[in-house]
Write a protein that binds this ligand. Sequence first.
Ligand code: FE2
Ligand code: FE2
Length: 176
Amino acid sequence: MAEKSFPDALNEQIANEFAASQQYVGAAVYYDAETLPRLAQFFYRQALEEREHAMMMVQYLLDVGEPVRIPDIKSQETSYSDGMAPVKMALEQEKRVSDEIFALFELAREVKDYRAEHFMQWFVKEQVEEVALMGDLLNVVERSKDNLLLAEDYIAREAPGEESSDPTAPPAAGEG
Ligand SMILES: [Fe+2]
Ligand SMILES: [Fe+2]
């Protein structure tokens, strides 16, 4: 027997996704204060994506008639030792979230909740992209560590993480 129900575990993940969103706002504010607007914009957008993930999970729980808990907001870091630190934080964070998503997927299997397993599939794919995205950005900021304007140019040129809309994405609460 699983230790917790899938809806309880997904409610915890909603809290994790909102926390990730807040953390990315913190990183964006740091870069904005350093006058690195492209890095700031990158993290402001990532923050919105994490909020979107939380809202997809909210919509799923609504759809299957399970209770939804909206978590408290914890304060997040807005100062970092150097310009690489927020991206290192982000890569760690995305790896941790991947593990959380895999655990949710496993739980869905264990309790034979096929709807839940299907729902989690999109997030498995999403985490592959997010870990790769943050890994690429870490390479770039490490290479630009003496002049982060090079990383700014890279973001302006390559628009990392700016994908067009994904028709396979689960619906998010409050949209459509
Ligand atoms: Fe996420
Ligand atoms: Fe993410």
